[in-house]
Design a protein around this ligand. Structure first.
Ligand code: SF4
Ligand code: SF4
Ligand code: SF4
Ligand code: FES
Length: 947
């Protein structure tokens, strides 16, 4: 298998309806007006030598290598910065040009170390290639003149090195950081011969603003910026296109390999979600796949106090199936269930829900989306008729107003955030609704027009106040509402939002957001052109999460911001396949494609296909499973790829539920926290070890492709299939493509999707079927999925979780860029250099009252529990609000969170917990105990482990 080659056209594509025909080296070529000569030439297969140009960056015209001659024009213009013109006659190869180019290369090479044979980029260096391309054989100036050979290397970044001695100051890295990533961490310091690339103000990469996205490394034409792994192991030999296994952006990568070893992950330009960009996690943080703590052999134990015993796959599967059968015989059909994972493929989640419904014979299946985006499913289904975002990511480039509600894209969805920042730099206006002053509120060349720093728990009030302004100031798009929506429902809603109690002045009193900011933001959203809303878990993880999603949908419908590029309602999904897991019938009340289990016709379809009878009643949700376990009626659980003990709220209740069960089967890469309570451990495989499909936040269906043999011996879908067979339900798939074919047969919105289709198209967005054979980038264009859009009343109900004298502060939680979710993967990579512990952010005035300084250990206590961590004093959070991440098990922020949840979906209220903060001496007692308990439970029986 060769390396996947990508053509570099030198300058970005231009989109224009006007076409221009010119002649290059005697051949006529027609391109869109505005295209560079360099790109037009490459389109016909003519490579003009270049160094400072690449097609992901705006042309800069500094290296002077790409000179051409144009009939009728004096001089030798740079082909990268010269646009085509009608009837232009261009020559790319003439004796004069050859001489000029050779001269340019001579100058570069005379100040470049001549260590090509031992250089890490040997064979993958554009400088080397260009020297060959222009026929440079000798350097007349010698190598004794002034040079940069002794410039010191910067090895501070854990993943890439910077060797300025090899730099040709082409500025591709600087432009990549600005244009592609939008961080502006690099500058060209000095002038002329003294000019050099500098992170920040002559800082190291690690000490600068750099977020380690790697765009500069990818852009660098030399070995100046290069992956350390390439230096260590050598150039890759072959590659396969696959999809990132971290967040819901769903970046496409070329996994570049030597044998079975990953050398680097290079973002694929053909990826429609990322267009060749990535963040630090996808590009660099894949080392967990081969981490020494990975479990690769199945294990069982009779009691959780005993050490694990390694066993064969046959014994582990037989033991698990035997236990589930015993429990069902003893306690009834409904005494067991399963949890699917958003980190697994759609084929794998499909199989787990099939095993539960058809193998266990109940509907006790749920997924981690329960604790993140289940309100999205409910809210968007109730208003629009389908449980998914309305746009593709590219749509943001047509937005004039971008409203971000309860999301932190630069940390949570960084590649999409880069695109969003690019649009904002082009002039789109930004509204941020968030308790914290997240980075995008003010970042280089981007400043939010309005930041509404609301008190946690008041989303519904603020969004309804925005609607109040739109309705009372006559800013409703009445034509859209009359044509596309249920008018009666709209009228009821409009009367409700117009009530004085929903006015900005009233809402200011409870949300803390100045009334004028609400008024101004509402006017901008309603009248600023194409307006798009992007939201995250700060919307859904509340007791009114579903109501907030509905309020967002109401705003979009009232202003006609639905059904075309640049607008819409866009949930930023957390995990790589959370959309896919929801699509695949992972919820207890739904079969694939969001069809209710009580629907006779749908059930009959599946019963016919699977040869079983299905229960028509929804099964247990995750929190109900724990309740039932504590109550003694739920005894067995199959958990695929989720660490529910760490990720679910109210840890004490979760651990009580887990401890009460008789058989817990955990399938994962590592012995996670939940495995402390498990009786069977089935080692999982990584995204590099299996074939399958992930579906990202824009409904994009994308392949992952196997690049190495599973260390555990089996792909996750094979493990589920074997467990199912042992339970008596045969699953005779020989390849996951067959599972996809079954999904397509049973799910109308997926009817047109197959592996062959994805290999051909790269990716498609569902619905993809006979009506939409190429997929659906924008939804609800002619009409809503449910027919008429439905406005719903969004009555604000304050959460029962309020600050009080004992717990006077409100805790809200979130993510940081370098870590991912509960950190199981990223904590096992060098990403820990950026975030080795969870920290508590506290406002200076709250800190001062308590005598807390940055770095102090503090006790964080709520009515649910307490933990300890170190503090960071910052005004990013408002007075009265504290914030932390939840990436480290030693902090376990969910010890603090309560059992309150969304009224419609039980999504936990992670984002609002009343807490008290006080100085402490270090970790709390339970944290010390936890460490000891954790070590004990992970012990593997020495005799067996030694085999
Ligand atoms: S570091 Fe690489 S990309 Fe940046 S200026 Fe130097 S050679 Fe060009
Ligand atoms: S790694 Fe990314 S953020 Fe850092 S300097 Fe390079 S482009 Fe900029
Ligand atoms: S973590 Fe998300 S943004 Fe980063 S590379 Fe992976 S999919 Fe892209
Ligand atoms: S590639 Fe055109 S000037 Fe450098």
């Amino acid at each position: 298998m060769p390396l996947v080659e990508e053509i570099d056209y030198g300058t970005p594509a231009v989109h224009s309806d006007t076409k221009v025909t010119l002649t290059i080296d005697g051949v006529a070529v027609t391109v869109p007006a505005g295209t560079s000569i360099m790109r037009a030439a490459m389109q016909m297969g003519t490579k003009i030598p270049k160094l400072c140009a690449t097609d992901t960056l705006t042309a800069f015209g500094s290296c002077r290598l790409c000179l051409v001659e144009v009939d009728g024009r004096a001089g030798t213009p740079a082909s990268c910065t010269t646009p085509v013109a009608a009837n232009m006659v261009v020559h790319t190869q003439t004796p004069r040009l050859a001489q000029l180019r050779k001269g340019v290369m001579e100058l570069y090479i005379s100040d470049h170390p001549l260590d090509c044979l031992t250089c890490g980029a040997n064979g993958d260096c554009e400088l080397q290639d260009m020297a060959g391309a222009v026929g440079l054989r000798q350097v007349r100036y010698g190598y004794q003149g002034e040079n940069h050979f002794s410039a010191a290397k910067d090895e501070s970044n854990p993943y890439f090195s910077f060797d300025p001695a090899k730099c040709i100051v082409c500025s591709r890295c600087v432009r990549a950081c600005e244009e592609v990533q939008g961080t502006f961490a690099l500058t060209i310091d000095g002038r002329g011969f003294a000019s050099k690339i500098s992170p920040g103000m002559n800082e190291s990469f690690l000490g600068s603003e750099c977020v380690s996205c790697g765009a500069c490394v990818q852009a660098c034409p030399t070995a100046t910026l290069i992956e350390k792994k390439v230096l260590e192991v050598g150039q890759p030999e072959h590659s396969v296109v696959t999809t990132c296994a971290y967040c819901g952006v769903g970046c496409s990568f070329k996994a570049e390999m030597r044998g079975e070893e990953v050398i680097r992950m290079v973002p694929w330009k053909g990826g429609k979600a990322n267009h060749g960009h990535s963040c630090v996690k996808g590009r660099f943080a894949w080392g967990y796949a081969t981490h020494k703590e990975r479990i690769t052999k199945p294990m069982i134990r009779a009691r959780i106090s005993e050490p694990w015993r390694e066993v064969s796959w046959d014994e582990a599967i037989a033991h698990a199936a035997g236990e589930f059968k015993r429990i069902q015989a003893q306690y009834g059909t409904d005494s067991v269930g399963g949890i699917t994972s958003s980190r697994c493929t759609i084929e794998e989640t499909y199989l787990v829900q099939k095993l539960v419904r058809a193998g266990f014979g109940n509907n006790n299946v749920d997924t981690c989306a329960r604790v993140c985006h289940s309100p999205t499913g409910y809210g968007l289904n109730a208003t629009f008729g389908t449980s998914a975002g309305t746009q593709d990511f590219d749509s943001v480039m047509d937005a004039d107003v971008i409203m971000i509600v309860g999301a932190n894209p630069t940390d949570g969805h960084p590649v999409f955030a880069s695109r969003m920042k690019r649009r904002l730099r082009q002039g789109a206006k930004l509204i941020v609704v968030d308790p914290r002053r997240i980075d995008i509120v003010r970042t280089p060349h981007v400043e939010a027009a309005y930041h509404l720093p609301l008190q946690p728990g008041t989303n519904v009030a603020v969004l309804t106040a925005l609607a109040h302004v739109i309705v009372t100031e006559g800013l409703v798009n009445e034509a859209f509402v009359r044509d596309r929506c249920d008018w009666d429902a709209f009228s009821d809603w409009a009367a409700f939002v117009a009530e004085p109690r929903n006015s900005p002045a009233e809402v200011e009193k409870l949300s803390g957001v100045p009334a004028q900011s609400i008024i101004d933001a509402a006017r901008l959203y309603a009248t600023g052109g194409n307006a798009a809303i992007y939201y995250g878990l700060g919307v859904t993880e509340h007791s009114q999460g579903s109501t907030t999603v509905i309020a967002i949908a109401n705003l979009a419908m009232a202003t006609g911001n639905i059904g075309r590029p640049g607008v819409g309602v866009n949930p930023l999904r957390g995990q790589n396949n959370v959309q896919g897991a929801c699509d695949m019938g992972s919820f207890p009340h739904e079969l694939t494609g969001y069809r209710h289990i009580s629907d006779d016709a749908t059930r009959a379809l599946f019963e016919d296909a699977w040869g079983v009878t299905l229960q028509p009643e929804p099964g247990l949700r995750i929190p109900n499973m724990f309740d039932a376990a504590v109550g003694g009626t739920f005894k067995g659980l199959y958990v695929q790829g989720e660490d529910i003990l760490q990720s679910d709220p109210d840890t004490r209740h979760v651990s009580a539920g887990l401890a009460a069960m008789e058989c817990i089967v955990v399938q994962d890469l590592f012995l996670n926290e939940t495995a402390n309570y498990a009786h069977v451990f089935l080692p999982g495989s990584t995204f590099l070890e299996r074939d399958g499909i992930f579906i990202n936040a824009e409904r994009r269906v994308q392949r992952i492709r196997k690049v190495m043999t599973p260390r555990n011996g089996l792909a996750d879908w094979q493990i589920t299939a074997r467990l199912s067979a042992a339970l008596g339900l045969a699953m005779d798939y020989t390849h996951p493509s067959q599972i996809m074919d079954e999904i397509a047969r049973l799910t109308p919105t997926f009817a047109g999707i197959s592996y062959a289709k994805l290999d051909e198209a790269g990716s498609v967005q569902w619905p993809c079927n006979a009506e939409a054979p190429d997929g659906t980038p924008t939804m609800h264009i002619e009409q809503f999925a449910r027919g008429k859009g439905r406005f719903l009343i969004t009555e604000y109900q304050p959460t029962d979780e309020r600050s009080n004298r004992k717990y006077p502060l409100l805790l809200t939680t979130g993510r940081i860029l370098s870590q991912y979710n509960v950190g199981a993967q990223t904590r096992r990579t060098a990403n820990v250099v950026w975030h080795e512990e969870d920290r508590l952010e506290i406002h200076p005035s709250d800190a001062e009252q308590r005598g807390i300084r940055t770095g102090d250990w503090v006790r964080l206590a709520s009515r649910a529990g307490e933990t300890a961590l170190r503090a960071t004093v910052t005004d990013r959070v408002a007075p009265g609000v504290v914030y932390t991440t939840f990436h480290h098990p030693m902090t376990q922020a969910n010890v603090i969170t309560t059992d309150y949840s969304d009224w419609a979906t039980n999504c936990p209220e992670y984002k609002v917990t009343a807490v008290q903060i006080s100085l402490s001496n270090g970790p709390s007692d339970w944290q010390k105990d936890y460490q000891a308990h954790s070590d004990l439970s992970r012990r593997i029986a020495p005799a067996v482990a030694a085999e």
